[in-house]
Ligand binder design. Structure first.
Ligand SMILES: CN1CCN(c2ccccc2CNc2ccc(C(N)=O)cn2)CC1
Length: 249
């Protein structure tokens, strides 16, 4: 029994082959934790020429995705007696994707993702097919396929058992709201560039402290607005005050 299933409606199913085969999703597939169905919504364009798009009413450039294929596909995918799963429309006008949103999406057993192209979707798809709209960021893409893969990747990571060591999903920086601390590996010195001594010390408490402080420092330097949402210990506050004092100098 898969713990989550992704149904993706797209005109470019081949875009997903490499992504699915070369990611942890493949292993999760084999473990039966994740199922994916990539569906070409042109298969649901039952008009004579199987067209999925048409010119916009009111004039203007570009082509708009017709409602029919999406309504027909959803009717085929969703059993009317079942509770309707989230139908996510990937668009620049959507709610910004955050780790919190990802975690919430991961609680569902099924997600349907709508990938648009051309000039976008007929509004009736937004209104009556999609249950919510998601944007991966404030920039324009040619289609919703990459945003759909981002949803699949980020949500899959939150499914227990998908990542080998479940700890790594919980320890993700965004899980505690801070940016990730610096990582190092061998050699300890390379072209004169040294790995911080503390990491070679084997003192786990000192290493943990150093990592927490480096997460705080990096967040303070690059994304200070994230600090408002983080639960800080007294020790954290002391460290941040030191950073502020140093900046004052
Ligand atoms: C020139 N316009 C063509 C139509 N398009 C559009 C409009 C509506 C839905 C999907 C798309 C596909 N594009 C996306 C999709 C998502 C994102 C995101 N940020 O999540 C950015 N772009 C917007 C751009």
């Amino acid at each position: 029994m898969a713990t989550i299933r992704f149904d993706v409606l797209t005109l470019f199913p081949d875009m997903f082959t490499g992504f699915i085969q070369n990611s942890m999703i493949q292993k999760a597939h084999e473990k039966g934790l994740i199922e994916t169905r990539i569906i070409n919504f042109r298969d649901y364009a039952f008009n004579k020429h199987r067209t999925v798009d048409d010119i916009p009413y009111g004039g203007g450039d570009g082509m708009v995705l017709k409602p029919e294929p999406f309504f027909e596909a959803i009717d085929d995918l969703i059993d009317p007696n079942e509770e309707k799963p989230p139908v996510l429309l990937m668009s620049p006008q959507g709610e910004r994707l955050t780790q919190q949103k990802v975690n919430q999406l991961a609680t569902h057993s099924r997600l349907i993702l709508l990938c648009g192209h051309y000039a976008g979707f007929d509004e009736r798809i937004h209104q009556y097919v999609a249950t919510e709209e998601i944007s991966i960021g404030d920039y324009v893409l040619t289609g919703g396929e990459l945003p759909a893969m981002i949803i699949m990747d980020s949500v899959s990571r939150q499914i227990p058992g998908v990542l080998g060591n479940t700890l790594s999903a919980q320890n993700d920086s965004f899980a505690d709201g801070l940016l990730e601390y610096p990582q190092y590996t061998r050699p300890a010195e390379y072209r004169g560039y040294q790995v911080p001594e503390v990491l070679l010390s084997g003192h786990h408490l000192r290493i943990e402290k150093w990592r927490r402080q480096e997460s705080l420092r990096r967040t303070w330097e690059r994304r200070p607005e994230l600090l408002d949402k983080v639960t800080l210990t007294e020790e954290d506050r002391i460290f941040l005050r030191q950073l502020e004092d140093q900046q004052g100098e």
